[in-house]
Design a binder for this molecule. Structure first.
Ligand code: PHE
Ligand code: FE
Length: 289
């Protein structure tokens, strides 16, 4: 999701009025396809036993490992048949209202480009590996699919109420960096984690971060960092629960949040359900891997 205001004022040259551009799959080079294959193979060594069931099932259903970057003309019919979602390409970060409108219509926006071979581990702008490998498997889950559509509609409302910074935290701590409790322990469902080799391990196994039970109002007050591993992860009980909590009317919640103070990133409240009380050693050392 875009953390920047308007990168462009209007759709750039070559983009449609809704900011989409063609994927132009035939134009990817061998090196770019190889980058996808390398990243895919690397994650597949890490994710079994770490990513949640819904994610692993979605990855299977979409068959994104046929050699190279997925062709949206092949992937989209499969995704659409499952949950009605499709994926469209955009030239970079798009304005919030454009982003929300796509989500509200079950269209997920993806970068068209893939990272360079010397940036496998970290990049600032989401590329097609993060957007497709990270986000799209979860969109095959009917409850998650409904949540994401509702988020798009909720974004339009939050914008009109001046509550976007609060709603963005919900996206960050669920869609991007969410953990889930499963029968055998904590599992990853956040796209920012599943698309990162290092954070896939850090988020579950490192002693540093706090891992706390998900609480909607608490999450909406909590600051986050965009430039390094998270200092706190929030754990949902299930996707159904996430959907049930967020489908409620946020009107009263937004009223309460208006006067509320933001919570520092490493706070643990007496009311928190604590899965891990982190040492915060990684952040204290200055972070950045
Ligand atoms: N229920 C929220 C509202 O009333 C909308 C929303 C749904 C937001 C799901 C995020 C996720 O504004
Ligand atoms: Fe993302």
């Amino acid at each position: 999701m875009s953390d920047f205001e308007h990168v462009f004022e209007a759709p750039p040259e070559g983009a449609a009025a809704d900011w989409t551009i063609p994927q132009n799959w035939a134009a990817y080079t061998d090196v770019e396809h190889e980058t996808w294959n390398t990243l895919y193979a690397r994650q597949m060594k890490i994710l079994p036993g770490r990513a949640c069931d819904a994610y692993m099932r979605g990855l299977d259903a979409l068959d994104l490992n046929t050699g190279g970057i997925p062709d949206f003309e092949v992937m989209n019919p499969k995704l659409q048949a499952l949950t009605g979602w499709t994926v469209v390409c955009v030239p970079g970060l798009v304005p919030e209202d454009v982003f929300f409108d796509h989500l509200a219509h079950r269209r997920f926006v993806s970068g068209q480009f893939i990272r360079k071979p010397d940036q496998l581990d970290y990049l600032q702008e989401p590329d097609i590996f993060h957007d497709v490998f990270g986000h799209v498997p979860m969109l095959t889950d009917p409850d998650f699919a409904a949540y994401m559509e509702a988020y798009g509609k909720g974004g339009q409302r939050a914008a009109s109420l001046g509550m976007l910074d609060k709603l963005a935290r919900l996206y960050w701590y669920t869609v991007e960096f969410g953990l889930m409790k499963e029968a055998d322990g904590l599992r990853i469902y956040g796209a920012g984690i599943v698309s990162s080799a290092t954070e896939s391990v850090f988020s579950l196994e490192d002693a540093s971060p706090n891992r706390l039970g998900f609480d909607l109002e608490r999450v909406m007050k909590t600051l986050y960092r965009i430039d390094d591993f998270q200092q706190v992860y929030f754990v949902i009980d299930s996707i159904e629960e996430l959907k049930a909590v967020t489908l409620q009317d946020f009107g009263p919640l937004y009223e309460r949040l208006k006067g509320a103070e933001d919570l520092p990133i490493d706070t643990i409240l007496p009311s928190d359900k604590v899965f891990t009380r982190g040492t915060q050693a990684y952040a204290a050392k200055g972070g950045r891997f």
